[in-house]
Write a protein that binds this ligand. Structure first.
Ligand SMILES: [Zn+2]
Length: 342
């Protein structure tokens, strides 16, 4: 693969390095820049890119990655980790998913490879593409739940790739060790763009913000062990990759349960151990209560037999929001050793 220019980290020796990639000036007079952490190992190896806060309110990976790189012994690291800790600072400053700007296309997750003469969101994508994406051998775009608490623990990979790359994506996704692997739609995502250049890239989607101390700890640890698993898979750390039993499902098997009405969702599935449960078709998942009249507006039930892979905690929901999601049992499959090859 051709690389457009020397990477920012060219010449960096073993150790840690932090810089900022300038994007544009903002109306408040400050420079909009994207933060970049580089951790260089003692031994040569691949460049593994991690992008987080593509959606500005997905904070949990921040804490997990910070701990992971602080504990990482660079003497035992082969290659380099390059981490964009906040891909969309304007969205993050706004506590929101998307860039607050007066144009369309404000979701950074949909505009890659971006455009240096486009809107602000496209300019951010173009800077990350030029300075980071064009210089990595593998990438994860790390997602998590935002302001509403939710249960989820899966790695998504792109359905629209040639078979050889699909196998590489699947093996990288599995090495994270989450209970679910999901073949998903990726148009406009950083991982989709990298896949179009033949580079493996997948998206973990784990936990969320404001989950309370116990669940936060559980998901943080899952993220940390997932990163280590992926790096073992890439040959950056020693050790074998041993994923647990994992369910694979594609978009045809994805069944979302979205309330028609806005209100207070009373969720019947709020514990991490509920993830992966086989739910019978017709079983009650939760109900939506009207904030005004206190009446039950709607009962939410499972549309088919399926494995629970997404569940929202009790709290306010807007009509049309994904409240629960099942991997339809009849259309999903358990993965085995054969899918672990590099
Ligand atoms: Zn996201």
């Amino acid at each position: 693969m051709t690389r457009s220019s020397q990477p920012i980290w060219a010449g960096q020796t073993e150790g840690r390095f932090f810089t900022r990639i300038e994007v544009t000036t903002m109306l408040n007079g400050a420079m909009l820049s994207v933060p970049l952490h580089v951790v260089t190992g003692r031994n040569p190896g691949p460049v593994f890119g991690i992008v987080t806060n593509t959606h500005g309110d997905e904070f949990l990976p921040t804490i997990a990655i910070r701990r992971f790189i602080n504990e990482l012994d660079t003497a035992k690291l082969s290659g380099r980790l390059v981490i964009v800790s906040v891909a969309n600072p304007m969205a993050t400053a706004n506590f929101g998913r998307q860039t607050p700007e007066q144009h369309g296309r404000t979701d950074l997750h949909e505009v890659y490879p971006g455009n240096p003469r486009g809107n602000t969101t496209q300019m951010i994508a173009a800077a990350i593409t030029d300075k980071v994406l064009h210089h990595v051998d593998a990438l994860i775009d790390f997602h998590s739940g935002g302001s509403g608490g939710r249960l989820q623990a899966r790695v998504d990979y792109n359905s629209k790739t040639p078979d050889e790359l699909k196998h590489k994506n699947l093996a990288l996704a599995r090495a994270f060790g989450a209970p679910f692997v999901h073949e998903n739609e990726f148009a406009g995502a950083a991982a989709h763009y990298l896949n179009s250049r033949g580079i493996p890239a997948v998206n973990p989607e784990v936990g969320g913000a404001y989950l309370g101390p116990e669940h936060t700890r559980l998901y943080t640890e899952m993220m940390i062990s997932g990163l280590a698993g992926m790096m073992r898979h890439l040959g950056m750390l020693d050790g074998a990759v041993k994923p647990p039993r994992q369910l694979h499902f594609d978009l045809r098997a994805r069944r979302e349960i979205r309330p028609k009405n806005s209100g207070y969702l009373v969720s019947h599935f709020e514990r991490p151990e509920d993830l992966g449960k086989l739910i019978k078709g017709g079983a009650a998942l939760g109900e939506v209560i009207d904030l005004y009249s206190y009446k039950v507006l709607e009962e939410l039930t499972a549309p088919c037999d399926g494995y629970l892979f997404f569940s929202r905690y009790s709290g306010a929901v807007g009509g049309g929001t994904q409240a629960f999601a099942l991997a339809e049992a009849a259309a999903s499959r358990w993965l085995d050793e054969r899918h672990l090859t590099k």
